[in-house]
Design a protein around this ligand. Structure first.
Ligand SMILES: O=C(O)[C@H]1O[C@H](OP(=O)(O)OP(=O)(O)OC[C@H]2O[C@@H](n3ccc(=O)[nH]c3=O)[C@H](O)[C@@H]2O)[C@H](O)[C@@H](O)[C@H]1O
Length: 433
């Protein structure tokens, strides 16, 4: 009880109820004054310590994140970039390819390098799918003297440094968070790469002097719930069915803004389900191949009223030709150092195959190529961002780019399967590696 009484006297109380042994007068004033000064001192000390800790943490984060990682920077690094950017043909380009360790990025980089353009790659090697495949593509590019910078398009200081080292004439922007259905699992990654990353890249391009012309990957998914076929560039694209599609559509609006304000020359390419050797393991044709060879079941989605889903599958070599033609027909950006000097080119093209194939037909082709029957599990398409069909109208690309796809799905999948077996091997139905 005594303790309780003692505790009580130091407990804060409602005004008028506070009891203390410092009755009244000078003693009490002195105590209060002393107590408040020392408390303030302690608080001030605490705040100083907190600020110091915060600042040192921030500079640690800055050095790790915002600027070059250990793999970047330094004289050797700059030398590799300069050498990779060297042009070996008359009037050739110096191209920065973002997403160079990706499927389309690696193919486009090789095509440009082979014809004598200077190519510098950029890729963050994220683990959305098997990183070893990205590293293998990187080795392939290295063998052709293409250097890939390991970095993120959100790293503005690193981008500024790249533009300082090389006066890129063009940027082929293919870095993105791909995949339609994964957007439900990890929505933020789409905002990070396809929105924030895009803006960061455009900021670097707008500030660069000279400004590069930009060609970048939009997507057939922007047509969303559009049911007017074939899809034309002038069709409505304001009903996306997935967050992926919404970020690609937003990218089209964002690039338009940079074209309008800063005079950046911009070409957006709406790719239609691109497939082929060195492809993406998250895509259906790729994962179906793996499962069929391993004797595992595949899930085939079906639309409402038992209607088969269909895609305008487009072979990688056709897409590469469309990308290169877009670079070749790009006009120069008109601004410099962040200031527009006049109107600049702004284009959007469909790059598809113009002959949709149903998913069960695609599976049938794979079964024939692999000589293995698939264990099919057919289910109704879940509400996960998928659209029932895609079909490109490519008249615009044909007219302006001379784009003419030449590979049907049968021929293209044959080439894919050949690559798959040589890359992963085939061992009693088990994929290895
Ligand atoms: O053109 C694009 O802009 C996009 O193309 C690609 O998306 P999609 O056309 O959806 O390709 P993909 O996943 O191979 O599914 C193909 C078909 O198989 C069906 N599908 C899929 C998986 C499955 O398990 N079962 C199935 O039936 C599925 O329902 C669909 O009908 C890119 O991934 C995307 O990043 C983007 O670039």
């Amino acid at each position: 009880m005594a303790l309780k009484a003692e505790e009580e006297q130091f407990l804060p109380s409602t005004p008028g109820k506070f009891k203390d042994k410092w009755s009244s007068g000078k003693n009490r004033q002195f105590y209060r004054c002393f107590a408040s000064t020392s408390t303030m001192f302690l608080w001030a000390l605490f705040l100083v310590a907190l600020t110091a800790a915060y600042l040192s943490f921030q500079s640690f984060v800055d050095s790790g994140n915002k600027f070059f990682s250990a793999a970047c920077g330094g004289a050797h690094w700059e030398k590799q970039i300069r050498s990779s950017a060297q042009i070996h043909r008359h009037n050739g380009f110096a191209v920065l390819v973002t997403g160079a360790a990706g499927f389309v990025g690696s193919h486009v980089s090789l095509a440009l390098k082979k014809r004598g353009d200077g190519v510098v790659g950029l890729d963050n090697f994220n683990n959305y799918y098997d990183v070893s495949l990205k590293k293998a593509r990187k080795s392939l590019l290295n063998n052709h003297n293409i250097f890939i910078v390991e970095g993120d398009i959100n790293d503005g200081r690193m981008l500024a440094k790249l533009f300082e080292i090389v006066h890129f004439s063009h940027v082929m922007h293919l870095a993105a968070q791909a995949g339609v259905r994964y957007a439900m699992e990890n929505p933020q990654s789409y905002v990070h790469s396809n929105i924030a990353g895009l803006v960061s890249l455009l900021e670097a391009c707008k500030t660069a002097d000279p400004q590069p012309a930009i060609v970048w990957a939009s997507s057939s998914s922007v047509y969303g719930l559009n049911d007017k076929v074939p899809f034309s560039e002038s069709d409505q694209t304001d009903r996306p069915a997935s967050l992926y599609a919404a970020t690609k559509k937003a990218g089209e609006e964002i690039t338009h803004t940079y074209n309008h304000i800063y005079g950046l020359s911009i070409t957006g390419l709406r790719f239609f389900t691109v497939y082929g050797p060195w492809g993406r393991p998250d895509m259906a044709y790729f994962s179906f191949t793996r499962n069929i060879l391993q004797g595992k079941p595949i899930t085939v989605y079906r639309g409402k009223n038992r209607v088969d889903l269909a895609r305008d599958f487009t072979y990688i070599d056709d897409i590469v030709r469309g990308c290169v033609a877009s670079l070749d027909t790009s006009k120069k950006s008109t601004g410099s150092g962040g200031k527009k000097r006049g109107p600049a080119q702004y284009r959007i093209f469909n790059l598809g195959n113009t002959s949709p194939v149903t998913v069960p037909q695609m599976v049938g082709i794979l079964e024939k190529q692999l000589r293995v029957k698939a264990k099919k599990n057919v289910i109704e398409m879940p509400g996960n961002g998928d659209v029932p069909f895609t079909h490109a109208n490519i008249s615009s690309a044909r007219r302006e780019l001379g784009y003419k796809p030449t590979t049907d799905l049968q021929t293209g999948l044959k080439k894919f399967v050949k690559w798959y077996l040589s890359y992963y091997g085939y061992n009693n139905g088990q994929s290895v590696k």
